[in-house]
Design a protein around this ligand. Structure first.
Ligand SMILES: [Zn+2]
Length: 114
């Protein structure tokens, strides 16, 4: 008996893209598109990148009280130090958005176990 021949997937699939690569030729456009989609699907969703302090403060203003101050930097894809710097500088400049939620202030009554 001959070995079963796997049906080759047509161009426009990631499998066909891999076939192009293995054969050492240039993938055709439909295969390139299929490969981009396949690779994109495997990646975790990108963290949103904020470009300006203004944008970050707007985001903070919308989420104050919903996201903890110490965790907020992960949401906007910057370091904790960069976030504190941006926040306190804005606060020093009197930016109304640079306010913490009551729950973010040290000494806020800790929640009791029910
Ligand atoms: Zn192809």
């Amino acid at each position: 008996m001959t070995a079963a021949v796997r049906e080759l997937l047509p161009c426009g699939t990631d499998a066909a893209y891999q076939r192009h690569v293995r054969a050492g030729d240039l993938a055709c456009d439909p295969c390139l598109d299929a490969h981009r989609v396949a690779v994109g699907a495997r990646r975790p969703p990108p963290t949103r990148i904020y470009r300006s302090r203004d944008e970050i403060l707007e985001e903070w203003d919308r989420h104050r009280g919903l996201v903890r101050f110490v965790d907020f930097h992960t949401r906007v894809g910057i370091t904790a130090a960069a976030w504190r710097r941006a926040f306190y500088r804005a606060q020093a400049e009197g930016d109304r958005r640079a306010r913490k939620a009551a729950t973010d202030h040290p000494g806020f009554p800790a929640r009791r176990a029910a």
